[in-house]
Design a protein around this ligand. Structure first.
Ligand code: SF4
Length: 698
């Protein structure tokens, strides 16, 4: 109860990109309960994850000491982790021994193979300061741009299209702008599960009379609130969106002044869209032509229409093309550049926006300054007092290929779990097992840590202070509420200790020092002071000068491309990499559930959440279940060309017969054993949302 609390600490939720502000109520170094705070993104609300998902920090499996792999414990490519005794293959070590061993192993690879033999994965679960220092360590200590994180797996294609067409990869308008719009389009997103507090904004807006249009191959909860629900065939986004644009043009609802003054490439786009008539696209996408016309009319003629999208759009080999269509649609309709309209890719993890902004990516330094741009490189060489590799590094999935090709032999992985999150896990696990030297920094014995040579026990969210950037571009302060357990250390401290052993002469006294350097490196946040963050808890970037209030809505005057104009880019309709056939006749779609977070490392160890959804489950249509003679609660085998899992099923009439929806958080039935690692050529994002599978009773 409240009377037994000795401290209240204001912070942010560790889970999704909505970035809800909350207060930890602490007694005896333990969080007793959590309450929502009145932040710009949540207005006091929290979902079940934010409210009840905190006791993972006290879980008995927290890593409490540094660990080194036992000499007689070989790494096997197949996952043979004993989940009851996960430390089986490791011995305890002192921090001194573990750090030296970690750094020596990386240096050995550097000496034998050069920088191209090394790579690092940072994390969107960590703070901006941790992400910034981690990429700086990989670039300046290991001398390679092979540094990436899970943004590659969620919105890399969105960022590629946005950077190309409007010059900035972040959202144009905050979620709360739905109060100011007339029409909300939600595509490829299941916010009730993945951005629950944002979903409450959408539902309230729909109730208040805004028109909600939902487009998704799966009928999820939010579709029940929609005025128009377009259950289009998976993989046909470009066909459907091009048809809607065709209709906007045919109905003469384009914003001619906006196109003329603020865009380029309209004539070519118009020409390209001629063949994409709603009548011709209807049978391809499964949406009647009248509906496509109707949606085009509603979207383009309103005073303000917002588009929100999720992984259903981005995780395809044509993910960048899917997003190009959304941007084109907004631009030709003039629905961008003021309050209550715009483009909003809903960010997944609580700091995936921030980790990308601070340069935790192979092709860009902080603030998206390209590593292959000589001026940018010289600026960072001066700031960091070093020489830098001029070539962009490899991305997440490319790094796994490079390991198996014998090019990369050493890795430092902080807070990511590619042995669960990468596509085609048998391949990814084989790669991790074949590394000469793997350093893992995490709070639990993750599937990835199982392949480590040395494990550095790190801090959970409430155990450290730092800044986090949510989907709305709010930079928010997360504050330390409790101490790390055992000998576990704060991540920033561990990165600094590693830097010292990699002969980097760094001098930072805590996250504030790092943030101040970030301000010098990043014009977009140059105006944000640590003091102001402490006082206001949230400041929106761009914020270029001290005293600048920050800009919740961007592109009001100009786009961020060199000439200030947006580029309209046509997209051709193309197929998934692997289509169903006689041998593998069903379509697998992967995703998340409300109660669990990504690979499950935290939420499967949060007691309330794991009790709500304790075991793997696949969703199939009741007719499909009947056809294969399986009832809800019974088990099936799912098999793709890459792997096989066994899972229980749940009947879900929102899934189309012949399709299977599978959450990816369960190690017992890892969805990514099945998924396809084929990449989008621009965003290098894998096709998590579509592959061919067989389904049979277990
Ligand atoms: Fe946390 Fe997202 Fe839920 Fe808010 S909506 S409480 S940020 S998981």
């Amino acid at each position: 109860g409240r009377q037994t609390i000795d401290r209240q600490v204001d912070s942010v939720c560790p889970y999704c990109g909505v970035g809800c502000q909350l207060t930890y109520h602490v007694k005896d170094n333990r969080i007793q309960f959590v309450e929502g705070r009145d932040g710009p993104a949540n207005h006091g609300r929290l979902c079940v994850k934010g409210r009840y998902g905190f006791d993972y920090v006290n879980h008995r499996q927290r890593l409490l000491t540094p660990l080194i792999r036992k000499a007689d414990a070989p790494k096997r490519p197949e996952m043979d982790m004993d989940y009851d005794n996960p430390l089986r293959d490791f011995r305890e070590a002192s921090w001194e021994e573990a750090l030296q061993y970690a750094a020596d192993g990386l240096k050995k690879v550097l000496d034998s193979r050069g920088p191209a033999g090394l790579a690092g994965f940072g994390s969107a679960k960590g703070s901006n300061e941790e992400a910034y220092l981690f990429q700086k360590l990989i670039r300046t200590g290991l001398h390679t741009n092979n540094v990436d994180h899970c943004t590659r797996l969620c919105h890399a294609s969105s960022v590629a299209a946005l950077l190309q067409m409007v010059g900035s990869g972040a959202v144009t308008n905050p979620v709360a702008d739905v109060d100011k719009c007339e029409v909300i389009v939600l595509i490829g997103s299941n916010p009730t599960s993945n951005h629950p507090v944002a979903a409450s904004f959408f539902k309230n807006a729909a109730r208040a009379g805004k028109t909600l249009i939902v487009m998704d191959p799966r009928k999820t909860d939010i579709a029940r609130h929609a005025h128009h629900f377009l259950q289009f065939h998976p993989d046909t986004d470009v066909a459907m969106l091009n048809a809607i644009m065709h209709a906007v043009i045919e109905l003469d609802l384009v914003d001619k002044a906006f196109i003329e003054q603020r865009t380029e490439g309209y004539e070519a786009l118009k020409q390209h869209l001629q063949e994409y008539t709603p009548e011709r696209m209807a049978p391809i996408c499964g949406i009647p032509a009248e509906t496509l016309y109707e949606v085009a009319r509603i979207y383009a003629s309103s005073k303000g229409s917002m588009i929100f999208w999720g992984m259903g759009v981005s995780q395809h080999v044509h993910g960048t093309d899917n997003v190009r269509c959304l941007i084109d649609l907004a631009l030709i309709s003039g629905q961008v550049g003021r309050e209550g309209c715009g483009l909003h890719p809903l960010r997944g993890q609580n700091n995936v926006q921030g980790a990308s902004d601070v340069g935790l990516m192979p092709m860009v330094y902080p603030d998206y300054q390209r590593v292959d741009n000589q001026d940018a490189r010289h600026r960072f060489e001066a700031l960091w007092n070093t020489t830098l590799d001029p070539d962009p590094g490899l991305t997440v999935v490319e790094i796994m290929h490079a390991i198996l090709d014998g090019e990369i032999a050493g890795m430092y992985i902080m807070g990511e779990n590619p042995a669960m999150s990468d596509p085609n896990l048998n391949h990814a696990r084989q790669a991790l097992a074949s590394l000469e030297h793997l350093v893992v920094q995490d709070i639990f014995m993750t599937e990835t840590a199982h392949y480590a040579d040395v494990i550095l026990p790190a801090s959970a969210f409430p155990e450290k202070t730092g800044t986090f950037t949510n989907t709305d571009r709010n930079v928010q302060m997360g504050r330390q509420a409790i101490d790390p357990p055992g000998q576990a250390r704060q991540d920033l401290e561990i990165i600094l200790a590693m830097a010292e052993r990699l002969n980097l002469n760094w001098d930072y006294n805590g996250p504030q020092d790092v943030f101040n350097e970030m301000r010098r490196a990043m014009p977009s946040i140059a105006g944000i002071t640590w003091e102001r963050l402490k006082k206001e808890s949230s400041v929106t970037y761009p914020c270029r000068k001290e005293g600048d209030p920050g800009q919740p809505v961007i592109f009001q005057e100009r786009f961020l491309r060199a000439d200030g104009k947006a580029a309209l880019v046509p997209a051709h309709y193309s197929h998934a990499d692997e289509l169903p056939d006689d041998a593998y006749p069903c379509i697998l779609i992967t995703g998340r559930q409300l109660e669990h977070w990504h690979t499950g490392a935290m939420t499967r160890r949060a007691s309330v959440l794991n009790n709500l959804e304790p075991q793997p489950v696949a969703m199939l249509h009741p007719e499909h279940l009947q056809q294969i003679g399986v009832q809800s609660g019974q088990a099936i085998i799912l098999r793709s060309r890459r792997g096989e899992i066994t899972t229980r099923v749940r009947s879900d009439s929102g899934v189309t017969p012949g399709q299977v929806f599978l959450p990816f958080c369960y190690y017992e039935a890892a969805a990514n054993l099945l998924t396809n690692e084929a990449l989008d050529p621009d965003g290098k994002i894998p096709e998590f949302k579509f592959c061919a599978v067989q389904v049979e009773p277990a």
